[in-house]
Design a protein. Structure first.
Length: 329
């Protein structure tokens, strides 16, 4: 049986798909650089030495209310000299309302690499996706089901038997990144065509705008390793919703730590703590979101996020080009 919070969410979700005006926001990862293709299609092929890499990402938001919001993604990409840039594929799924609302998309990504000079390069990326949204109408709750004292006890009179359970459509995104040895920045626009995602009436998926910038500051050397700090800033906007992430990574040898804050225009949402391990063949990261908003009293237990990347060996035949020195997580 769904708990009260899940029922509230599902009722709101139903409004999203039955209203002409309401729209949903994309799920967001705290370790956004650990999921580079999801952040910006221009990151396709931005891999060490141009060799293949595979990324796995898992986010469990508010597990205290029953794993109601779970987002997963898997991607692969590499630089291919024959096409002048990077190629990538990605599959992601967002499960909400204890599985009542599921969004899945599969993407093909391409990025073109241009070396402006010996110290500065740019990459422009393009993404073509196929999105599918499924909705279990039997788990929805409506206003006519509510008893003033006993809650949801009545059967709904809404005609849901003949409603569609799946909505599918193409989706397109684009972005670019510019980078030098110790500075990097980028911009991405997802859902460029604002496709219709409504089940009953038209409800457009708003374009999501992302801007990110950061840098690396070397501090000291020990055993041929450089200790660096990397301040970073991320801004995202999707229709009326705006989000800011800002914080710093500290990299010392194979260990990476991070501290972040995330907030909207109206309130601080959370602090984010991150710890990661980087090796030649793989990297692993864990982060925890400490809720600071009004939901902190709802026993949501914050959010857990895991990232895992495999760096595959290859006999690189790629032309020499500057690699992006942005954070790994």
């Amino acid at each position: 049986m769904l708990n009260k919070f899940s029922k509230i969410f599902i009722a709101v979700s139903a409004c999203i798909f039955m209203s002409n005006e309401a729209s949903a926001q994309d799920p967001a990862f705290s370790q956004f650089y650990a999921n580079p293709l999801y952040l910006n299609p221009a990151f396709a092929g931005a891999t060490p030495k141009g060799c293949p890499r595979a990324n796995l990402n898992y986010r469990d938001q508010w597990p205290g209310i029953g794993r109601t919001y779970v987002t997963t993604s898997a991607s692969w990409d590499q630089h291919i000299n024959a096409i002048g840039g990077g190629l990538g594929v990605m599959v992601a799924q967002d499960r909400s309302g204890a599985g009542a609302l599921n969004t899945t998309h599969a993407s093909l990504l391409y990025s073109y690499h241009l070396e402006v000079n010996r110290k500065f390069s740019v990459k422009a990326g393009f993404e073509a996706s196929y999105r599918s949204i499924s909705l279990d109408w039997s788990d929805l709750t409506f206003g006519d089901m509510i008893h003033p004292r006993d809650g949801f006890v009545y059967s709904t009179q809404e005609d849901i038997a003949n409603n569609a359970t799946t909505k599918s459509f193409p989706d397109f995104s684009a972005g670019f990144i510019g980078y030098s040895e110790n500075l990097f920045f980028g911009f991405a626009a997802h859902h460029l065509t604002t496709p219709n995602q409504g089940f009953i009436s038209e409800s457009q998926l708003p374009t999501k705008i992302t801007a990110h910038i950061g840098g690396n500051i070397p501090l000291s050397k020990y055993s041929n390793n450089v200790t660096t700090i990397s301040p970073n800033f991320l801004y995202q906007r999707q229709q009326d919703f705006q989000q800011f992430n800002y914080g710093v990574y500290v990299n010392r040898g194979a260990i990476v730590g991070g501290l972040w804050a995330r907030h909207s225009l109206k309130n601080i949402d959370s602090f984010i703590l991150m710890l990661g391990l980087i090796q030649d063949s793989f990297k692993f990261g864990y982060s925890y979101d400490i809720t600071l908003s009004n939901l902190k009293n709802s026993n949501t237990l914050g959010a857990h996020e895991l990232s895992f990347t495999i760096f595959m060996p290859c006999r690189s035949k790629s032309k020499s080009f500057n690699t992006i020195s942005c954070p790994q997580f």
